[in-house]
Write a protein that binds this ligand. Structure first.
Ligand code: 7PJ
Length: 290
């Protein structure tokens, strides 16, 4: 199969920094949670986030080629303890402030909290990434007011119940319809289409078969005409396919990143920036040579 050379994404204005999606961009994940599934607690000393350690990780990811850093403070792992908006802001904002002040990178804030969206934008964040697609009370308005690009992700159910035998009539069509409906809700709230990025939400209320159908169907999702963000990094679909524990899923995550780029993904969300940047650069270089 010839590799697609059809990236042609737009340039997004992320609080004054340009995100050029004419080739795929790398989004590095920084969790300020004590309990995320793959790297939770790695930035903690005792019960507190070690902000210097988090800054060192952020600096390293930028040096490795991250275009965006996605900073989150809510674990969406099944069974994770819920956080209040105040707790989430306490975890995330100090790091957002420091990264914006010290590093030349686009900061994305991974949140469903209207409060944190507003606060992060004031602190200089350049993008909002919401796994609930602005479904929470006040989120549409808060996101609209920031003027920032927004990633709308599909999730079936909520993090507590999402993996209890999720069912779809046709997962690709259902996810596409959900995302289109959220785009319309955004437009109604005053968020222009050109500010939106879409994500099918791999692993969020999906069986292995659903995830595979969505990966196969990425080109159809790309036809919605908006950039696609995908996150496979270290997710359990890798264990289901080739039996790797969470610390051994890096190489398989690269394979998925390359396949997603071939199918039109514009932003790859990853815990492993250097390796993913190389894998994606290789896919792009080959595509450019036909
Ligand atoms: C995703 C995310 C994803 C977007 C998480 C993890 C779980 N945001 N936040 N897409 N996953 N847009 O890091 O594996 O797939 S949290």
């Amino acid at each position: 199969m010839p590799l697609s050379c059809d990236f042609k994404g737009p340039v997004l204005n992320c609080a004054g920094r340009s995100l050029d999606l004419s080739t795929p961009a790398i989004m590095g994940v920084i969790n300020t949670t004590p309990d995320s599934f793959s790297d939770g607690g790695s930035l903690y000393r005792g019960s507190r986030l070690d902000i210097d350690c988090a800054m060192a990780r952020a600096r390293e990811m930028v040096a490795e080629g991250a275009h965006i850093l996605d900073i989150g403070g809510e674990s969406t792992r099944p069974g994770a303890a819920p956080v209040t908006p105040a707790q989430e802001s306490d975890r995330v904002l100090p790091l957002v402030e420091r990264v914006c002040a010290e590093l030349d990178v686009i900061v994305s804030v991974d949140t469903s909290s209207a409060q944190l969206m507003a606060e992060a934008a004031s602190a200089g964040a350049g993008m909002i990434n919401d796994v609930r697609a602005l479904g929470r009370e006040g989120a549409l308005q808060a996101a609209a007011d920031t003027g920032l690009p927004i990633c709308l992700m599909h999730m079936r159910g909520n993090p507590v119940n999402m993996q209890n035998s999720p069912q779809y009539e046709n997962v690709l069509r259902n996810v596409a319809q959900f995302l289109e409906d959220r785009v319309v809700a955004c437009e109604t709230a005053g968020i222009e289409r050109a500010r939106l990025v879409l994500d099918p939400g791999f692993g969020f209320g999906k069986t292995l078969e659903h995830n595979l159908q969505l990966l196969r169907g990425l080109p159809q999702l790309a036809e919605l005409g908006l950039p696609l963000l995908v996150g496979f990094s270290r997710k359990s679909m890798i264990e289901q396919l080739i039996g790797r524990g969470v610390d051994e899923r890096g190489p398989a995550s690269l394979a998925l990143a390359v396949l997603a780029v071939e199918r039109g993904a514009g932003i790859i969300r990853t815990h492993d920036v250097a390796a993913t940047a190389d894998a994606v650069a290789m896919a792009v270089a080959l595509a450019e040579r036909g």
